[in-house]
Design a protein around this ligand. Structure first.
Ligand code: SF4
Length: 296
Protein backbone atom coordinates (compact mmCIF):
# COMPACT_ATOMS: atom_id res chain seq x y z
CA UNK A 1 0.00 0.00 0.00
CA UNK A 2 1.82 3.08 -1.25
CA UNK A 3 0.35 6.51 -0.73
CA UNK A 4 2.16 9.80 -0.87
CA UNK A 5 1.21 13.43 -0.43
CA UNK A 6 -0.81 14.37 -3.53
CA UNK A 7 0.71 17.21 -5.56
CA UNK A 8 -2.62 19.03 -5.76
CA UNK A 9 -3.09 19.27 -1.98
CA UNK A 10 -1.71 22.19 -0.01
CA UNK A 11 -2.62 23.92 3.23
CA UNK A 12 -2.22 27.27 1.50
CA UNK A 13 -4.49 26.73 -1.52
CA UNK A 14 -6.69 23.70 -0.82
CA UNK A 15 -6.92 24.50 2.86
CA UNK A 16 -8.23 22.50 5.78
CA UNK A 17 -11.60 21.84 7.40
CA UNK A 18 -12.09 21.08 11.06
CA UNK A 19 -12.87 17.45 10.24
CA UNK A 20 -9.64 17.04 8.26
CA UNK A 21 -7.72 18.69 11.09
CA UNK A 22 -9.41 16.29 13.51
CA UNK A 23 -8.11 13.39 11.41
CA UNK A 24 -4.61 14.82 11.51
CA UNK A 25 -4.79 15.09 15.30
CA UNK A 26 -6.35 11.64 15.74
CA UNK A 27 -4.43 9.48 13.28
CA UNK A 28 -1.96 10.78 10.71
CA UNK A 29 -2.53 7.77 8.47
CA UNK A 30 -6.24 8.63 8.34
CA UNK A 31 -5.24 12.16 7.31
CA UNK A 32 -3.09 10.73 4.49
CA UNK A 33 -5.97 8.57 3.23
CA UNK A 34 -8.23 11.59 3.36
CA UNK A 35 -5.99 13.91 1.32
CA UNK A 36 -5.69 11.08 -1.21
CA UNK A 37 -9.50 11.33 -1.41
CA UNK A 38 -10.10 7.68 -0.43
CA UNK A 39 -13.73 7.16 0.53
CA UNK A 40 -15.47 3.97 1.74
CA UNK A 41 -18.35 3.10 -0.59
CA UNK A 42 -20.47 1.75 2.29
CA UNK A 43 -20.45 5.08 4.14
CA UNK A 44 -23.45 6.47 2.21
CA UNK A 45 -25.77 3.93 3.84
CA UNK A 46 -24.25 4.32 7.28
CA UNK A 47 -24.86 8.07 7.35
CA UNK A 48 -28.09 8.07 5.31
CA UNK A 49 -30.41 9.00 8.21
CA UNK A 50 -28.04 11.67 9.54
CA UNK A 51 -27.62 13.21 6.09
CA UNK A 52 -31.37 13.25 5.51
CA UNK A 53 -32.06 14.92 8.87
CA UNK A 54 -29.33 17.45 8.22
CA UNK A 55 -30.79 18.27 4.82
CA UNK A 56 -34.31 18.50 6.31
CA UNK A 57 -33.14 20.92 9.02
CA UNK A 58 -31.41 23.02 6.38
CA UNK A 59 -34.70 23.06 4.46
CA UNK A 60 -36.63 24.23 7.56
CA UNK A 61 -34.12 26.84 8.69
CA UNK A 62 -34.07 28.29 5.18
CA UNK A 63 -37.69 29.22 5.77
CA UNK A 64 -39.52 26.28 4.18
CA UNK A 65 -42.32 24.50 5.98
CA UNK A 66 -43.45 21.48 3.94
CA UNK A 67 -40.94 19.03 5.35
CA UNK A 68 -43.22 16.04 4.63
CA UNK A 69 -43.02 16.83 0.89
CA UNK A 70 -39.27 17.25 1.28
CA UNK A 71 -39.00 13.81 2.93
CA UNK A 72 -41.17 12.16 0.30
CA UNK A 73 -38.90 13.42 -2.48
CA UNK A 74 -35.63 12.81 -0.63
CA UNK A 75 -33.43 10.08 -2.20
CA UNK A 76 -32.34 7.95 0.74
CA UNK A 77 -29.35 5.60 0.37
CA UNK A 78 -30.68 2.66 2.41
CA UNK A 79 -32.05 -0.75 1.28
CA UNK A 80 -35.49 -0.47 -0.34
CA UNK A 81 -37.36 -2.13 2.54
CA UNK A 82 -35.93 0.37 5.06
CA UNK A 83 -36.77 3.57 3.19
CA UNK A 84 -40.30 4.11 4.51
CA UNK A 85 -39.42 3.27 8.11
CA UNK A 86 -36.44 5.59 8.08
CA UNK A 87 -38.61 8.36 6.68
CA UNK A 88 -41.28 7.68 9.34
CA UNK A 89 -38.66 8.23 12.05
CA UNK A 90 -37.61 11.50 10.40
CA UNK A 91 -41.21 12.63 10.04
CA UNK A 92 -42.04 11.98 13.69
CA UNK A 93 -38.89 13.74 14.83
CA UNK A 94 -39.31 16.80 12.62
CA UNK A 95 -42.98 17.41 13.37
CA UNK A 96 -42.29 17.33 17.14
CA UNK A 97 -39.11 19.37 16.65
CA UNK A 98 -41.13 22.15 15.06
CA UNK A 99 -43.50 22.16 18.05
CA UNK A 100 -40.70 22.03 20.61
CA UNK A 101 -38.46 24.66 19.03
CA UNK A 102 -41.12 26.82 17.34
CA UNK A 103 -39.43 29.99 18.66
CA UNK A 104 -36.36 29.25 16.52
CA UNK A 105 -38.45 30.17 13.53
CA UNK A 106 -40.14 33.25 14.97
CA UNK A 107 -37.64 34.87 17.36
CA UNK A 108 -34.18 34.12 16.00
CA UNK A 109 -32.97 36.17 13.06
CA UNK A 110 -30.98 33.79 10.88
CA UNK A 111 -28.36 35.51 8.73
CA UNK A 112 -26.98 32.35 7.09
CA UNK A 113 -27.86 28.65 6.78
CA UNK A 114 -25.34 26.07 5.53
CA UNK A 115 -23.07 28.78 4.20
CA UNK A 116 -19.65 27.64 3.08
CA UNK A 117 -16.57 29.65 4.06
CA UNK A 118 -12.92 29.82 2.99
CA UNK A 119 -11.03 32.19 5.24
CA UNK A 120 -7.35 33.14 5.08
CA UNK A 121 -5.53 32.46 8.36
CA UNK A 122 -1.90 33.52 7.85
CA UNK A 123 -0.53 31.20 5.13
CA UNK A 124 -3.36 28.74 5.58
CA UNK A 125 -6.93 28.52 4.34
CA UNK A 126 -9.66 27.57 6.84
CA UNK A 127 -12.67 25.96 5.19
CA UNK A 128 -16.04 24.73 6.37
CA UNK A 129 -19.78 25.06 6.32
CA UNK A 130 -21.64 26.33 9.37
CA UNK A 131 -25.13 24.88 9.90
CA UNK A 132 -26.58 28.27 10.83
CA UNK A 133 -25.79 31.77 12.02
CA UNK A 134 -28.27 34.00 13.82
CA UNK A 135 -28.62 37.09 15.96
CA UNK A 136 -30.41 36.98 19.29
CA UNK A 137 -32.78 39.69 20.55
CA UNK A 138 -29.83 41.75 21.77
CA UNK A 139 -28.17 41.62 18.34
CA UNK A 140 -25.40 39.24 19.46
CA UNK A 141 -24.03 36.76 16.91
CA UNK A 142 -24.48 33.02 17.46
CA UNK A 143 -23.88 29.83 15.51
CA UNK A 144 -26.05 26.73 15.59
CA UNK A 145 -24.77 23.20 14.93
CA UNK A 146 -27.17 20.27 14.46
CA UNK A 147 -26.11 16.80 15.60
CA UNK A 148 -27.99 13.51 15.34
CA UNK A 149 -26.60 11.17 18.00
CA UNK A 150 -27.51 7.55 18.66
CA UNK A 151 -25.46 7.17 21.82
CA UNK A 152 -24.59 10.06 24.01
CA UNK A 153 -23.17 10.77 27.44
CA UNK A 154 -24.71 14.17 28.15
CA UNK A 155 -22.48 15.05 31.11
CA UNK A 156 -19.27 14.24 29.27
CA UNK A 157 -20.39 16.04 26.12
CA UNK A 158 -21.27 19.16 28.12
CA UNK A 159 -17.68 19.31 29.40
CA UNK A 160 -16.02 18.53 26.06
CA UNK A 161 -18.04 21.21 24.30
CA UNK A 162 -16.29 23.90 26.35
CA UNK A 163 -13.25 23.39 24.08
CA UNK A 164 -14.76 21.72 21.03
CA UNK A 165 -12.64 21.97 17.87
CA UNK A 166 -15.52 22.52 15.45
CA UNK A 167 -17.17 25.25 17.52
CA UNK A 168 -13.89 27.09 18.00
CA UNK A 169 -12.80 26.65 14.38
CA UNK A 170 -16.05 28.06 13.01
CA UNK A 171 -16.18 30.92 15.50
CA UNK A 172 -12.60 31.92 14.74
CA UNK A 173 -13.19 31.76 10.96
CA UNK A 174 -16.37 33.83 11.28
CA UNK A 175 -14.74 36.41 13.54
CA UNK A 176 -11.92 36.83 10.96
CA UNK A 177 -14.26 36.93 7.96
CA UNK A 178 -16.99 39.08 9.50
CA UNK A 179 -14.65 41.16 11.74
CA UNK A 180 -17.01 40.64 14.68
CA UNK A 181 -17.21 38.76 17.95
CA UNK A 182 -19.17 35.51 18.02
CA UNK A 183 -21.06 35.37 21.28
CA UNK A 184 -21.81 31.65 21.42
CA UNK A 185 -22.89 28.40 19.84
CA UNK A 186 -26.15 26.55 20.21
CA UNK A 187 -25.18 22.89 20.00
CA UNK A 188 -28.44 21.30 18.95
CA UNK A 189 -28.71 17.55 19.62
CA UNK A 190 -31.43 15.29 18.20
CA UNK A 191 -31.34 11.78 19.64
CA UNK A 192 -31.75 9.08 16.99
CA UNK A 193 -34.78 6.95 18.01
CA UNK A 194 -34.59 3.17 17.98
CA UNK A 195 -37.26 1.16 16.16
CA UNK A 196 -38.52 -2.43 16.33
CA UNK A 197 -37.88 -4.58 13.25
CA UNK A 198 -41.40 -5.97 12.91
CA UNK A 199 -43.32 -2.67 13.08
CA UNK A 200 -44.87 -1.12 9.93
CA UNK A 201 -43.82 2.41 8.81
CA UNK A 202 -47.30 3.79 9.60
CA UNK A 203 -47.41 2.27 13.12
CA UNK A 204 -43.88 3.42 13.73
CA UNK A 205 -44.84 7.00 12.87
CA UNK A 206 -47.80 6.94 15.29
CA UNK A 207 -45.90 5.19 18.09
CA UNK A 208 -42.84 7.38 17.85
CA UNK A 209 -44.81 10.63 17.59
CA UNK A 210 -46.53 9.72 20.84
CA UNK A 211 -43.29 8.78 22.58
CA UNK A 212 -41.68 12.08 21.61
CA UNK A 213 -44.78 14.05 22.61
CA UNK A 214 -44.61 12.51 26.09
CA UNK A 215 -40.91 13.11 26.60
CA UNK A 216 -39.54 15.66 24.08
CA UNK A 217 -36.53 16.52 26.25
CA UNK A 218 -35.23 13.00 25.83
CA UNK A 219 -35.07 13.47 22.07
CA UNK A 220 -34.22 17.17 21.81
CA UNK A 221 -31.71 19.03 23.92
CA UNK A 222 -29.23 21.84 23.47
CA UNK A 223 -26.05 23.15 24.95
CA UNK A 224 -25.38 26.86 24.85
CA UNK A 225 -21.65 27.48 24.76
CA UNK A 226 -20.48 31.05 25.31
CA UNK A 227 -17.20 32.36 23.97
CA UNK A 228 -14.97 34.60 25.99
CA UNK A 229 -12.61 36.60 23.72
CA UNK A 230 -9.63 35.04 25.55
CA UNK A 231 -10.92 31.52 24.68
CA UNK A 232 -10.69 32.26 20.99
CA UNK A 233 -7.29 33.93 21.42
CA UNK A 234 -6.02 30.73 23.08
CA UNK A 235 -7.55 28.62 20.33
CA UNK A 236 -5.99 30.82 17.65
CA UNK A 237 -2.51 30.23 19.13
CA UNK A 238 -3.11 26.48 19.39
CA UNK A 239 -4.42 26.28 15.83
CA UNK A 240 -1.45 28.20 14.47
CA UNK A 241 0.89 25.79 16.24
CA UNK A 242 -0.96 22.69 14.99
CA UNK A 243 -1.05 23.93 11.41
CA UNK A 244 2.64 24.83 11.42
CA UNK A 245 3.44 21.26 12.58
CA UNK A 246 1.26 19.86 9.81
CA UNK A 247 2.82 22.22 7.27
CA UNK A 248 6.29 21.02 8.25
CA UNK A 249 5.17 17.41 7.93
CA UNK A 250 3.67 17.97 4.48
CA UNK A 251 6.96 19.51 3.30
CA UNK A 252 9.36 16.99 4.78
CA UNK A 253 7.98 13.65 3.58
CA UNK A 254 5.73 10.67 4.16
CA UNK A 255 7.33 9.30 7.34
CA UNK A 256 5.19 11.56 9.49
CA UNK A 257 2.05 9.68 8.48
CA UNK A 258 2.24 6.83 10.96
CA UNK A 259 -0.73 4.82 12.19
CA UNK A 260 -2.30 5.42 15.58
CA UNK A 261 -3.63 1.99 16.52
CA UNK A 262 -5.24 3.53 19.62
CA UNK A 263 -7.60 5.54 17.44
CA UNK A 264 -9.22 2.80 15.36
CA UNK A 265 -12.24 2.62 17.63
CA UNK A 266 -12.93 5.95 19.23
CA UNK A 267 -16.40 7.35 18.46
CA UNK A 268 -17.31 4.42 16.23
CA UNK A 269 -14.97 2.47 13.99
CA UNK A 270 -12.49 4.33 11.81
CA UNK A 271 -13.68 4.48 8.20
CA UNK A 272 -10.24 3.30 7.01
CA UNK A 273 -9.98 0.16 9.15
CA UNK A 274 -10.41 -2.17 6.16
CA UNK A 275 -7.45 -0.59 4.39
CA UNK A 276 -5.23 -0.69 7.45
CA UNK A 277 -6.13 -4.29 8.28
CA UNK A 278 -5.89 -5.74 4.76
CA UNK A 279 -3.54 -3.38 2.92
CA UNK A 280 -6.09 -3.33 0.10
CA UNK A 281 -8.31 -0.54 -1.21
CA UNK A 282 -11.18 -2.87 -2.13
CA UNK A 283 -14.42 -1.24 -0.91
CA UNK A 284 -13.05 2.29 -1.34
CA UNK A 285 -13.29 4.75 -4.18
CA UNK A 286 -11.34 7.84 -5.08
CA UNK A 287 -13.68 10.82 -4.95
CA UNK A 288 -13.31 14.20 -6.66
CA UNK A 289 -13.26 16.38 -3.58
CA UNK A 290 -10.92 16.71 -0.60
CA UNK A 291 -13.87 17.76 1.55
CA UNK A 292 -16.95 15.53 1.06
CA UNK A 293 -18.64 17.18 4.05
CA UNK A 294 -18.85 20.45 2.10
CA UNK A 295 -20.74 18.71 -0.71
CA UNK A 296 -23.56 17.41 1.50
S1 SF4 B 1 -7.83 2.22 11.10
FE1 SF4 B 1 -6.67 2.98 12.84
S2 SF4 B 1 -4.55 3.17 12.10
FE2 SF4 B 1 -5.87 2.98 10.31
S3 SF4 B 1 -6.30 5.06 9.67
FE3 SF4 B 1 -7.93 4.45 11.04
S4 SF4 B 1 -7.31 5.11 13.06
FE4 SF4 B 1 -5.51 5.14 11.76
Amino acid sequence: MQLSIPKDYSLEETGITQSLLKKWKTCRRAFLFSINRMHPTCIYEKWAYHNMMHAALEFLYKGNKMFDVFLTNYKLSVPKDEIQKTKSIAQAMLSRYLEFYGKDFTEKRFTAVEKEFAVRFGNYLLRGKCDGKFKDKKGRFYHIEHKNYSQINVEVLAKILKFDLQNNFYALADSIEGKRDIHGVLYNVLRVPQSRKEISPRDLLVELSEKIRKDPKHYFFRFEIMFHPSDLKDFEGTLRHQLSELYACLHTGVHCFYQNENACQLRGTCEYLDICSSGSFVGYEKIDTFFPELEE
